[in-house]
Write a protein that binds this ligand. Sequence first.
Ligand SMILES: [Zn+2]
Length: 238
Amino acid sequence: MTKQRFRLLLAVIALLLVSIICGLAGAAHKDRPARSRAAQTETTDPPMSYVETTLAQWQIWPLMLVNRTHAVPDDYVPPLFTLENGQQFDARMYPEWQKMVLAAKDAGFTMEAAYCYRSNETQRQILNERIAWYRKQGDSAAEAERKAREYVAEPGHSEHELGLAIDIHAAGETKAENLFAWLKENAHLYGFIERYPEDKVEITGIAYERWHYRFVGRDAASEMYEKHLTLEEYLGEE
Ligand SMILES: [Zn+2]
């Protein structure tokens, strides 16, 4: 093959590659708005553009309700961020978590995100282990189940499966009572709420968990803090 022919061949291959890549990129781009429109066929509103849909989802995600009656959407996997201790949570709340950790440090407290994201499978395992533990204490099967469910949510119904819940532990010299007292009054400034307050067990259906914090975003968290509302009350849902 002459040098000239070889160059020509290279140029043709390069052109082919470029057109294939452009074609793929175009197809991927076209795919997205179609999918987001499909999700909205029930409404009569004009279809939202890809950017509008993304923005709307971006604003709604911290307010997703998961409890006894509301399940985690099927196959929902949040964009996960992995912390140094191996725990994972929704990457979008990481900046606020970081700010809260630093503010706590300034106030003299060290805290750790001890338990965060769990898959549906892990949630099932935790529930079963808890039931087994109560059985070992001598409870009947029914009693063990009842007690376990007071603390551990049904698989598909745990906020931990959303990646928006953090079970916070005091670390180092920090006393748990002091840390939780600080969090109760300050977490909303960073978009977090104490999710299962002591006096709202009837509404949340979950026993008092002073360590369980949930990200809802700053505006919602501040309003819920000021009006002393649970997420259920704030959203007007059960
Ligand atoms: Zn929790």
